[in-house]
Ligand binder design. Structure first.
Ligand code: SIN
Ligand code: FE2
Length: 216
């Protein structure tokens, strides 16, 4: 626990489950550095709507940076070292993002988190993300660090079975949610984003999820 980071930035973490911690506003002090790091990534690998294995376009637009990026197409969901649009490797994970994700994980109780993938999701008003588990990664011992930017969202946080009750967790601009350990495979999703314009981010929610997707 790097307590001094939290003391500086006001709101204290909320433990939502044994291995799930919400860090309200934790990204705010680093916001401009995060956005500066993201800009060249989005230029090299713009947001796109991928196809589901069932042939539908995903409502959420996405891109990636890091050694591995999450992709979906007719063949299924998986991590790929290359961007299927450009055929090039995904843009590198900027150091400032890696360091931020690692610090967030440490504050939430997960030391030594070294992400190799950052999925960047783009939600317009009305866009939702249906309940799912994150299970395309090799090592479920590593946590997930999720950074919410822009319009607020309601995160649905369920159990290990799809039918389990879900908690509704409001996520605001700058909030960081970390889940791992016994919570790593909980079902989760995002309710439709309410219409609005965020003063810094405009008419969108952007979510960064950092993961250790590969092995080693
Ligand atoms: C995800 O489940 O990968 C993203 C969650 C979010 O957008 O908050
Ligand atoms: Fe997910």
């Amino acid at each position: 626990m790097i307590q001094s980071d939290l003391d500086l930035f006001g709101p204290q973490p909320h433990r939502l489950a044994n291995h799930t911690v919400l860090l309200p506003g934790f990204a705010l002090p680093d916001l401009e550095a995060i956005l500066d790091a993201l800009r060249p990534v989005l230029r090299a690998a713009p947001f796109r709507h991928m196809c589901t294995p069932g042939g539908l376009h995903m409502a959420v637009a996405l891109t990636n940076c890091g050694e591995l990026g999450w992709v979906s197409d007719a063949k299924g969901y998986r991590y790929s070292p290359t961007d299927p649009v450009s055929g090039q490797p995904w843009p590198a994970l900027p150091d400032v993002l890696t360091a931020f994700a690692s610090r967030s994980a440490a504050v939430a109780g997960f030391d030594g988190f070294a992400p190799d993938a950052c999925l960047v999701n783009h939600y317009q008003p009305g866009t939702r993300l249906t309940l799912h588990q994150d299970r395309d990664e090799r090592d479920f011992d590593q946590p997930i660090v999720s950074v919410s930017l822009g319009l607020p969202a309601v995160f649905l946080f369920g159990g290990l079975q799809r039918a389990d009750r879900t908690q509704r967790i409001p996520l605001s601009h700058g909030d960081v949610l970390v889940w791992g350990g016994e919570d790593r495979l909980r079902f989760h999703g995002v309710l439709p984003i309410k219409p609005g314009v965020h003063p810094r981010m405009g008419e969108r929610r952007v979510n960064l999820t950092f993961r250790k997707a590969g092995c080693g």
